[in-house]
Design a protein around this ligand. Structure first.
Ligand SMILES: [Zn+2]
Length: 404
């Protein structure tokens, strides 16, 4: 009944928390940087792994430093297409059958691309990979479930005048003593344009995310943007409980109507509640039950959390164990394949070993990923797709000697 690497490879998997700009192939970053004369600390894979994309980071700042290089090469349609295509191909190769790719389109407009062009270029890259896989022997002869994807637009909790693309310009052109209004307004315009692009081009844009510095920049500043998302049937996921306490998760769920939570690590950190919360333990307990009852899914990124929060130490200290104990709906994700030096299979291996997961727990966690996805398409189509995934998973487990 052991969970082997071969079993993990063969099982259909998802990645619902996957940043495009953190998940390039290193070889592609180097090639594109040379093509566009972008300065890198090194032009070899080994050199970049020693200087920027490390195994271990000392803090969040070091972790984030790589994004300046990746974003710099993602400013034209051909690069975005290639990077999205390769990301899908790499996922398909390790048995991932559904991904939701997120990015802030505003950060890819520095050389004049419109938001429309950014969405379309990424969509075309992902679609090409999907269509190629559809024609492969794996699907046509071996009846493997097809590959599907959705796109999530990221609003940013805050930005500065130096931020790449029109975010920076927005801040240069509009002045206000209270910047939160400008951050909120930028998110509102982003989501308006996101739903317009979805409808105008019939794109599989399925969600709105809120990313960026959590501490000091609460989700409530972006409530108009998220209300727009609710009214226009765009799903919501929010990075929360990554660098701030349970109240941030509470805000994400109750003020900006999050369907899923990115990270959610500090859901189990009552000591991180603010002073106004008198009974911190009781407050935290209630949020855990609320999340569990409403089946709000947590997108768990173990390697990323260990890298940005070295105080956690090792994987077995990660709160994913508590999420399993509480029977929360959680799904294992990579966050950033390049920056976190990981894959879906690696993250699953890490979780299985650290928490001694049973095959049944693994099966449930993998199925949550498909069930709680923002699948583009009707509910009936999604149900059929998930059913085919469950049937295929059962066969794969049986092939590896595990029958439930
Ligand atoms: Zn993230």
């Amino acid at each position: 009944m052991s969970i082997t690497d071969a079993l993990i490879h063969d099982l259909p998997k998802t990645d619902l928390h996957l940043h495009l700009d953190g998940s390039l192939r290193l070889s592609t970053l180097i090639t594109l940087a040379q093509k566009y004369n972008i300065s890198l600390p090194s032009y070899t894979e080994e050199g970049l792994k020693n200087t920027v994309f490390k195994e271990v980071y000392s803090n969040l700042g070091e972790y984030l430093s790589g994004f300046q290089y990746t974003c710099a090469v993602m400013q034209d349609e051909a690069s975005l297409h290639q990077i999205a295509y390769e990301l899908a191909i790499d996922n398909i190769a390790e048995g991932v059958r559904y991904i939701e790719v997120r990015f802030a389109p505003q950060l890819h407009t520095a050389k004049g691309l419109s938001i429309d062009q950014v969405f379309l270029a990424v969509h075309r890259g992902l679609k090409q990979a999907q269509e190629e896989f559809e024609e492969s022997d794996a699907v046509r002869i071996h009846n493997q479930p097809p590959f599907r994807y959705g796109i999530i637009a990221c609003a940013l909790r805050m930005f500065t005048a130096d931020t790449i693309g029109w975010y920076g310009q927005f801040l240069q052109h509009f002045q206000h003593p209270d910047l939160k209004h400008i951050f909120g307004q930028a998110s509102l315009e982003l989501v308006r344009n996101t739903t317009r692009c979805r409808d105008q081009y019939n794109l599989p844009i399925v969600g709105l995310d809120l990313a960026g510095q959590e501490d000091g920049y609460p989700a409530k500043h972006h409530k108009y943007a998220f209300n727009h998302a609710v009214k226009h049937f765009l799903n919501r996921t929010v990075h929360a409980g990554e660098a701030y306490g349970p109240e941030s998760i509470m805000d994400a769920v109750t003020i900006v109507h999050a369907d899923r939570i990115g990270h959610g690590y500090h859901l189990f950190s009552p000591e991180r509640c603010g002073e106004e919360i008198v009974d911190k333990e009781a407050f935290t307990r209630r949020i855990i039950d609320y999340i569990a009852n409403h089946r709000i899914t947590i997108e768990v990124c173990i390697s990323s959390n260990l890298q940005t929060n070295p105080a956690i130490g090792e994987a077995k200290n990660h709160h994913f164990g508590k999420m399993l104990e509480e029977e929360l709906s959680a799904t294992i994700c990579t966050d950033n394949r390049l920056v976190s030096n990981t894959t879906v299979s690696k993250e699953i291996r890490l979780a299985v070993d650290a928490f001694h997961m049973t095959p049944k727990q693994l099966r449930n966690i993998l199925i949550y990923g498909f069930k709680r996805s923002f699948f583009p398409g009707s509910y009936k189509v999604k149900r059929r797709y998930v059913r085919s995934i469950i049937d295929h998973s059962t066969k794969v487990f049986a092939k590896h000697g595990i029958v439930f």
